[in-house]
Design a protein around this ligand. Structure first.
Ligand code: CDT
Length: 333
Protein backbone atom coordinates (compact mmCIF):
# COMPACT_ATOMS: atom_id res chain seq x y z
CA UNK A 1 0.00 0.00 0.00
CA UNK A 2 1.22 3.49 -0.70
CA UNK A 3 0.03 6.51 1.21
CA UNK A 4 0.03 9.86 -0.47
CA UNK A 5 0.25 13.00 1.65
CA UNK A 6 -0.80 15.04 -1.36
CA UNK A 7 2.07 17.51 -1.46
CA UNK A 8 1.81 18.58 -5.09
CA UNK A 9 0.81 21.74 -6.88
CA UNK A 10 -2.79 20.77 -6.32
CA UNK A 11 -2.93 22.85 -3.17
CA UNK A 12 -1.95 22.63 0.44
CA UNK A 13 -4.13 19.71 1.40
CA UNK A 14 -3.54 19.74 5.12
CA UNK A 15 -3.35 23.27 6.54
CA UNK A 16 -0.81 23.62 9.33
CA UNK A 17 -3.19 25.67 11.47
CA UNK A 18 -5.52 23.24 13.33
CA UNK A 19 -8.46 25.72 13.27
CA UNK A 20 -8.13 26.15 9.54
CA UNK A 21 -7.90 22.38 9.22
CA UNK A 22 -11.16 21.90 11.10
CA UNK A 23 -12.87 24.21 8.62
CA UNK A 24 -11.57 22.30 5.61
CA UNK A 25 -13.74 19.56 4.13
CA UNK A 26 -11.64 16.42 3.78
CA UNK A 27 -12.52 13.07 2.25
CA UNK A 28 -9.97 10.32 2.60
CA UNK A 29 -10.31 7.91 -0.30
CA UNK A 30 -8.67 4.59 -1.18
CA UNK A 31 -8.41 3.04 -4.62
CA UNK A 32 -8.53 -0.73 -4.03
CA UNK A 33 -7.05 -2.15 -7.19
CA UNK A 34 -7.59 -5.84 -7.86
CA UNK A 35 -5.18 -8.12 -9.63
CA UNK A 36 -6.66 -10.75 -11.94
CA UNK A 37 -9.74 -12.73 -10.88
CA UNK A 38 -9.72 -16.28 -12.21
CA UNK A 39 -12.72 -17.74 -14.05
CA UNK A 40 -12.98 -20.38 -11.34
CA UNK A 41 -12.75 -17.95 -8.42
CA UNK A 42 -15.98 -17.83 -6.39
CA UNK A 43 -17.71 -14.65 -5.21
CA UNK A 44 -16.81 -15.65 -1.65
CA UNK A 45 -13.11 -15.86 -2.53
CA UNK A 46 -13.18 -12.45 -4.20
CA UNK A 47 -15.08 -10.90 -1.28
CA UNK A 48 -12.28 -12.13 1.02
CA UNK A 49 -9.81 -10.12 -1.06
CA UNK A 50 -12.11 -7.08 -0.96
CA UNK A 51 -12.42 -7.38 2.83
CA UNK A 52 -8.66 -7.47 3.25
CA UNK A 53 -8.32 -4.26 1.26
CA UNK A 54 -11.19 -2.68 3.21
CA UNK A 55 -9.52 -3.43 6.56
CA UNK A 56 -6.22 -2.07 5.31
CA UNK A 57 -8.01 1.10 4.20
CA UNK A 58 -9.66 1.46 7.60
CA UNK A 59 -6.20 1.29 9.16
CA UNK A 60 -5.36 4.42 7.19
CA UNK A 61 -8.49 6.22 8.38
CA UNK A 62 -10.17 6.07 4.98
CA UNK A 63 -13.77 7.29 4.53
CA UNK A 64 -14.53 5.36 1.34
CA UNK A 65 -12.78 2.48 -0.43
CA UNK A 66 -13.33 2.21 -4.19
CA UNK A 67 -13.38 -1.17 -5.94
CA UNK A 68 -13.25 -1.80 -9.72
CA UNK A 69 -15.87 -2.42 -12.41
CA UNK A 70 -17.35 -5.97 -12.31
CA UNK A 71 -15.30 -6.53 -9.18
CA UNK A 72 -16.91 -9.79 -8.09
CA UNK A 73 -15.92 -11.93 -11.07
CA UNK A 74 -13.49 -12.32 -13.90
CA UNK A 75 -14.20 -10.08 -16.93
CA UNK A 76 -16.68 -12.55 -18.49
CA UNK A 77 -17.55 -10.45 -21.62
CA UNK A 78 -14.34 -11.73 -23.19
CA UNK A 79 -16.16 -15.02 -23.88
CA UNK A 80 -19.19 -15.99 -25.89
CA UNK A 81 -21.81 -17.31 -23.47
CA UNK A 82 -24.83 -18.54 -25.40
CA UNK A 83 -26.82 -20.29 -22.73
CA UNK A 84 -28.97 -17.85 -20.72
CA UNK A 85 -28.65 -19.76 -17.44
CA UNK A 86 -24.85 -19.74 -17.81
CA UNK A 87 -24.86 -16.01 -18.48
CA UNK A 88 -27.07 -15.43 -15.44
CA UNK A 89 -24.39 -16.96 -13.25
CA UNK A 90 -22.15 -13.93 -13.82
CA UNK A 91 -24.89 -11.53 -12.66
CA UNK A 92 -26.29 -10.54 -9.26
CA UNK A 93 -30.07 -10.56 -8.91
CA UNK A 94 -29.91 -9.00 -5.42
CA UNK A 95 -27.53 -6.65 -3.70
CA UNK A 96 -26.51 -7.38 -1.03
CA UNK A 97 -26.75 -11.14 -1.41
CA UNK A 98 -25.31 -14.04 0.56
CA UNK A 99 -21.84 -13.69 -0.95
CA UNK A 100 -21.56 -9.90 -0.60
CA UNK A 101 -23.32 -9.53 2.77
CA UNK A 102 -19.96 -9.74 4.69
CA UNK A 103 -18.76 -6.67 2.82
CA UNK A 104 -21.80 -4.65 3.92
CA UNK A 105 -21.49 -5.93 7.49
CA UNK A 106 -17.80 -5.14 7.74
CA UNK A 107 -18.40 -1.64 6.32
CA UNK A 108 -20.95 -1.05 9.08
CA UNK A 109 -18.69 -2.53 11.79
CA UNK A 110 -15.66 -0.53 10.72
CA UNK A 111 -17.55 2.64 9.80
CA UNK A 112 -16.19 2.85 6.26
CA UNK A 113 -18.01 3.40 2.97
CA UNK A 114 -17.37 1.61 -0.31
CA UNK A 115 -18.03 1.73 -4.03
CA UNK A 116 -18.52 -1.56 -5.87
CA UNK A 117 -19.02 -2.50 -9.51
CA UNK A 118 -20.96 -5.64 -10.48
CA UNK A 119 -23.19 -7.14 -13.17
CA UNK A 120 -26.84 -6.55 -12.24
CA UNK A 121 -30.02 -8.33 -13.30
CA UNK A 122 -33.05 -6.06 -12.81
CA UNK A 123 -36.67 -6.76 -13.72
CA UNK A 124 -38.93 -4.15 -15.29
CA UNK A 125 -42.24 -5.93 -14.85
CA UNK A 126 -41.58 -9.25 -16.59
CA UNK A 127 -38.71 -7.96 -18.66
CA UNK A 128 -35.26 -9.03 -17.60
CA UNK A 129 -32.68 -6.26 -17.95
CA UNK A 130 -28.93 -6.61 -17.58
CA UNK A 131 -26.78 -3.69 -16.48
CA UNK A 132 -23.14 -3.00 -15.75
CA UNK A 133 -23.72 -1.32 -12.40
CA UNK A 134 -21.92 0.43 -9.55
CA UNK A 135 -23.16 1.39 -6.10
CA UNK A 136 -22.09 3.68 -3.28
CA UNK A 137 -22.52 2.24 0.20
CA UNK A 138 -22.29 4.57 3.20
CA UNK A 139 -20.57 4.00 6.54
CA UNK A 140 -23.72 2.40 7.93
CA UNK A 141 -23.65 -0.25 5.23
CA UNK A 142 -26.63 1.23 3.32
CA UNK A 143 -26.73 1.66 -0.45
CA UNK A 144 -27.00 5.41 -1.04
CA UNK A 145 -26.23 5.65 -4.75
CA UNK A 146 -26.49 3.60 -7.93
CA UNK A 147 -25.26 4.05 -11.50
CA UNK A 148 -25.68 1.93 -14.63
CA UNK A 149 -23.00 2.18 -17.31
CA UNK A 150 -24.10 4.31 -20.25
CA UNK A 151 -21.34 3.97 -22.85
CA UNK A 152 -21.29 0.21 -23.47
CA UNK A 153 -18.15 -0.63 -25.48
CA UNK A 154 -17.09 -3.54 -27.64
CA UNK A 155 -19.37 -5.42 -29.99
CA UNK A 156 -22.46 -7.57 -30.23
CA UNK A 157 -21.24 -10.13 -32.73
CA UNK A 158 -18.35 -12.53 -32.15
CA UNK A 159 -15.19 -11.47 -33.99
CA UNK A 160 -12.51 -13.63 -35.62
CA UNK A 161 -9.84 -13.06 -33.02
CA UNK A 162 -8.69 -14.68 -29.78
CA UNK A 163 -10.30 -12.21 -27.36
CA UNK A 164 -13.80 -10.75 -27.44
CA UNK A 165 -15.34 -7.71 -25.79
CA UNK A 166 -19.01 -8.63 -25.86
CA UNK A 167 -20.38 -5.99 -23.51
CA UNK A 168 -22.83 -4.78 -26.18
CA UNK A 169 -24.26 -8.30 -26.31
CA UNK A 170 -24.62 -8.73 -22.57
CA UNK A 171 -25.53 -5.28 -21.17
CA UNK A 172 -28.36 -2.83 -21.71
CA UNK A 173 -27.52 0.84 -21.89
CA UNK A 174 -27.87 2.36 -18.43
CA UNK A 175 -31.25 3.98 -17.79
CA UNK A 176 -30.32 6.47 -15.08
CA UNK A 177 -28.21 9.11 -16.82
CA UNK A 178 -25.36 10.29 -14.60
CA UNK A 179 -26.88 10.97 -11.16
CA UNK A 180 -24.90 12.45 -8.29
CA UNK A 181 -25.40 11.76 -4.60
CA UNK A 182 -24.53 13.47 -1.34
CA UNK A 183 -22.22 11.08 0.50
CA UNK A 184 -19.18 11.37 2.77
CA UNK A 185 -19.75 15.13 3.09
CA UNK A 186 -19.44 15.78 -0.66
CA UNK A 187 -21.27 15.49 -3.98
CA UNK A 188 -20.31 12.12 -5.47
CA UNK A 189 -20.91 10.71 -8.96
CA UNK A 190 -19.96 7.52 -10.78
CA UNK A 191 -18.74 6.44 -14.21
CA UNK A 192 -17.84 2.94 -15.34
CA UNK A 193 -14.77 2.23 -17.47
CA UNK A 194 -15.53 3.33 -21.05
CA UNK A 195 -17.74 6.14 -19.69
CA UNK A 196 -14.56 7.94 -18.63
CA UNK A 197 -13.55 8.42 -22.27
CA UNK A 198 -16.58 10.61 -23.05
CA UNK A 199 -16.54 14.28 -22.04
CA UNK A 200 -20.36 14.22 -21.84
CA UNK A 201 -20.09 11.85 -18.85
CA UNK A 202 -18.04 14.32 -16.88
CA UNK A 203 -19.94 17.44 -17.94
CA UNK A 204 -23.37 16.06 -17.04
CA UNK A 205 -22.03 15.38 -13.54
CA UNK A 206 -20.14 18.68 -13.56
CA UNK A 207 -23.43 20.47 -14.18
CA UNK A 208 -24.72 18.91 -10.96
CA UNK A 209 -21.75 20.24 -9.01
CA UNK A 210 -19.91 16.92 -8.71
CA UNK A 211 -16.86 17.01 -6.44
CA UNK A 212 -15.78 13.34 -6.44
CA UNK A 213 -16.15 10.73 -9.21
CA UNK A 214 -15.68 7.00 -8.58
CA UNK A 215 -14.80 5.00 -11.70
CA UNK A 216 -13.84 1.33 -11.91
CA UNK A 217 -12.44 -0.19 -15.09
CA UNK A 218 -11.30 -3.36 -16.89
CA UNK A 219 -9.15 -2.08 -19.74
CA UNK A 220 -7.55 -4.78 -21.89
CA UNK A 221 -4.21 -4.34 -23.61
CA UNK A 222 -4.68 -6.15 -26.91
CA UNK A 223 -7.44 -8.62 -27.74
CA UNK A 224 -5.65 -10.11 -30.70
CA UNK A 225 -7.00 -7.53 -33.16
CA UNK A 226 -4.54 -6.35 -35.81
CA UNK A 227 -6.05 -2.85 -35.63
CA UNK A 228 -4.54 -2.29 -32.25
CA UNK A 229 -4.33 1.09 -30.55
CA UNK A 230 -3.87 -0.50 -27.17
CA UNK A 231 -0.19 0.36 -26.82
CA UNK A 232 -1.47 3.79 -25.85
CA UNK A 233 -3.98 2.45 -23.27
CA UNK A 234 -2.13 3.73 -20.19
CA UNK A 235 -1.70 7.16 -21.76
CA UNK A 236 -5.39 7.38 -22.71
CA UNK A 237 -6.43 6.23 -19.25
CA UNK A 238 -4.67 9.10 -17.53
CA UNK A 239 -5.59 11.55 -20.28
CA UNK A 240 -9.31 10.92 -19.68
CA UNK A 241 -9.15 11.16 -15.91
CA UNK A 242 -6.96 14.23 -15.89
CA UNK A 243 -9.00 16.12 -18.49
CA UNK A 244 -12.34 15.10 -16.96
CA UNK A 245 -11.27 16.22 -13.50
CA UNK A 246 -9.73 19.51 -14.57
CA UNK A 247 -12.51 20.57 -16.93
CA UNK A 248 -15.18 19.83 -14.33
CA UNK A 249 -13.28 20.81 -11.19
CA UNK A 250 -13.68 17.45 -9.51
CA UNK A 251 -11.64 14.79 -7.78
CA UNK A 252 -11.72 11.25 -9.20
CA UNK A 253 -10.71 7.80 -8.05
CA UNK A 254 -10.00 5.46 -10.97
CA UNK A 255 -9.67 1.79 -10.06
CA UNK A 256 -8.51 -1.07 -12.25
CA UNK A 257 -8.97 -4.78 -12.35
CA UNK A 258 -5.43 -5.34 -13.55
CA UNK A 259 -2.87 -7.84 -14.68
CA UNK A 260 -2.99 -10.99 -16.77
CA UNK A 261 -6.51 -12.40 -16.37
CA UNK A 262 -7.22 -15.69 -18.13
CA UNK A 263 -4.41 -14.96 -20.62
CA UNK A 264 -5.42 -11.35 -21.37
CA UNK A 265 -3.48 -8.36 -20.03
CA UNK A 266 -5.27 -5.42 -18.46
CA UNK A 267 -3.79 -2.11 -17.44
CA UNK A 268 -3.37 -1.12 -13.79
CA UNK A 269 -2.59 2.55 -13.13
CA UNK A 270 -5.35 2.96 -10.55
CA UNK A 271 -5.13 6.60 -9.61
CA UNK A 272 -6.45 9.48 -7.58
CA UNK A 273 -6.73 12.70 -9.56
CA UNK A 274 -7.22 16.23 -8.22
CA UNK A 275 -9.42 19.01 -9.64
CA UNK A 276 -6.19 20.55 -10.94
CA UNK A 277 -5.87 17.53 -13.22
CA UNK A 278 -2.83 16.32 -11.32
CA UNK A 279 -2.41 12.65 -10.44
CA UNK A 280 -1.76 12.65 -6.68
CA UNK A 281 -1.43 8.87 -6.20
CA UNK A 282 -1.09 5.90 -8.53
CA UNK A 283 -0.69 2.13 -8.12
CA UNK A 284 2.65 0.72 -9.17
CA UNK A 285 1.69 -2.95 -9.58
CA UNK A 286 -0.96 -4.95 -11.46
CA UNK A 287 -1.94 -6.84 -8.31
CA UNK A 288 -4.23 -6.21 -5.34
CA UNK A 289 -2.95 -2.86 -4.14
CA UNK A 290 -4.27 0.02 -2.09
CA UNK A 291 -3.47 3.70 -2.53
CA UNK A 292 -4.81 6.37 -0.20
CA UNK A 293 -5.16 10.12 -0.39
CA UNK A 294 -6.74 12.76 1.87
CA UNK A 295 -8.67 14.96 -0.56
CA UNK A 296 -9.28 18.59 0.22
CA UNK A 297 -12.78 19.11 -1.13
CA UNK A 298 -12.40 22.89 -1.01
CA UNK A 299 -10.00 22.58 -3.91
CA UNK A 300 -12.84 21.71 -6.29
CA UNK A 301 -14.75 24.72 -4.97
CA UNK A 302 -11.82 26.99 -5.86
CA UNK A 303 -11.79 25.80 -9.48
CA UNK A 304 -15.59 25.99 -9.68
CA UNK A 305 -15.50 29.59 -8.43
CA UNK A 306 -12.99 30.79 -10.99
CA UNK A 307 -11.80 29.22 -14.25
CA UNK A 308 -14.65 26.67 -14.37
CA UNK A 309 -17.43 28.85 -13.03
CA UNK A 310 -19.98 27.30 -15.39
CA UNK A 311 -22.75 29.85 -14.74
CA UNK A 312 -20.42 32.66 -15.65
CA UNK A 313 -18.54 31.21 -18.63
CA UNK A 314 -20.57 28.49 -20.38
CA UNK A 315 -22.35 29.28 -23.67
CA UNK A 316 -25.01 26.58 -24.09
CA UNK A 317 -26.60 28.48 -26.98
CA UNK A 318 -23.59 27.29 -28.98
CA UNK A 319 -23.63 23.66 -27.83
CA UNK A 320 -26.87 22.45 -29.46
CA UNK A 321 -25.22 19.83 -31.70
CA UNK A 322 -24.01 17.91 -28.68
CA UNK A 323 -27.54 16.71 -27.92
CA UNK A 324 -29.07 17.04 -31.40
CA UNK A 325 -26.55 14.84 -33.22
CA UNK A 326 -25.03 11.46 -32.34
CA UNK A 327 -22.52 10.66 -35.12
CA UNK A 328 -20.23 13.13 -36.85
CA UNK A 329 -21.59 14.65 -40.08
CA UNK A 330 -18.87 16.54 -41.95
CA UNK A 331 -19.96 19.42 -44.23
CA UNK A 332 -20.46 18.63 -47.96
CA UNK A 333 -17.16 18.43 -49.87
N1 CDT B 1 -14.78 -2.45 -19.65
C1 CDT B 1 -14.60 -1.44 -20.54
O1 CDT B 1 -15.45 -0.57 -20.67
N2 CDT B 1 -13.47 -1.48 -21.28
C2 CDT B 1 -13.19 -0.50 -22.31
C3 CDT B 1 -12.35 -1.11 -23.38
C4 CDT B 1 -13.13 -1.64 -24.45
S1 CDT B 1 -12.09 -2.33 -25.70
C5 CDT B 1 -13.21 -2.91 -26.78
C6 CDT B 1 -12.44 0.70 -21.80
O2 CDT B 1 -12.87 1.81 -22.10
O3 CDT B 1 -11.41 0.55 -21.18
Amino acid sequence: MRYSTGRTNCGTLVPANPRERAMTRQMKVAAAQLGPVARTESREQVVKRLLELMREAKGWGVDVVVYPELALTTFFPRWLIDVEEELDEWFEADMPNAATQPLFEEARNLGIGFHLGYAEIAYEGNIKRRFNTAIIVDKKGDIVGRFRKVHIPGHHEVLERPGQHLEKRYFDVGDMGFPVYRAFGAICGMAICNDRRWPETWRVMGLQGVEMVFCGYNTPVGLGDSFDLDALSPFHNLLCFQAGCYQNATWAVGVAKAGCEEGFNMIGQSCIVAPSGEVVAMCSTVEDELIVHGCNMELSRDYKRDIFNFAYHRRPEHYGLIVERTGAEPPPA
